[in-house]
Design a protein around this ligand. Sequence first.
Ligand code: R1P
Ligand code: URA
Length: 285
Amino acid sequence: MTAIPASELILNPNGSIYHLNLLPEQISDTIITVGDPDRVGAVSKYFDEIECHVVKREFITQTGYYKGKRITVISTGMGTDNIDILMNELDALVNIDFVSREPNPEPISLKIVRIGTSGSLQETVPLGSLLASHYAVGLDTLMQFYPLEQSQAEQEITKALQEALSIGFQPYCVNGSLHLINQIGYDMIPGNTLTCPGFYAPQGRALRGGLLNQQLLDVYQNFSLGDFRFTNFEMETAGYYSMARLLGHEVLSLNAIVANRITKEFAKDADGVIDDLIVKVLERI
Ligand code: R1P
Ligand code: URA
């Protein structure tokens, strides 16, 4: 095997990985991720003990113990470009030897659960509900750059969506970990999540910037292929699921529904909904 060069596997002077700023021994193989850096404390306040606290940019990491189980919680910021960094660097921490710079011959699989907020695309997915993403479809371009393998059914969905939206590239579609759905998300609404490359126009919100496609929200809400329909949207899940498939990790994205775009409501107690989700995940992970 050849060593990965210094410009590709970038290590800080203390030996930590470039953006996450972490050393291999600072993470557990069981990881909770959150978008908002302030949500890290909302998870770790339930820990019995915090072993390390590392900060760089929007990536804040705490590793600690919940009822004797070692868990790492990390914030990612927003968007699949950050998930590209997160998943590659987490994978490098467990699957690349930082001294020889060579990949481990027997890769370790991480268990990663995203606790995020999301907007509902259906009246039947109400404010305050918890939704487990069974499938995610990415409208961002991250997977234009990776050799992602997709099933025929996944490709048919993305081809039909490309046509429905009249966009110049084919989105991508990937499933989450069935094992983690059964372990953690079993009593949550099963959903198909649309991952958008932005919060405003890409999610059909017009403040002063306008909308190129006035029908966008209608297309998202009414898109169907067989029994596949979208339940909700956010900005990371498809990035997680595709990187997990490429790198061999188990990921589940869980969504606290804080906005309903069909009924035009926003949750009055978004923090309370997220707290419910945090407690469920900590008990079941
Ligand atoms: C937008 O407000 C952000 O909220 C959702 C979206 O995916 C996006 O990151 O997730 P988080 O609450 O986890 O950040
Ligand atoms: N996060 C999103 O990306 N969209 C919403 O509507 C709510 C949370």
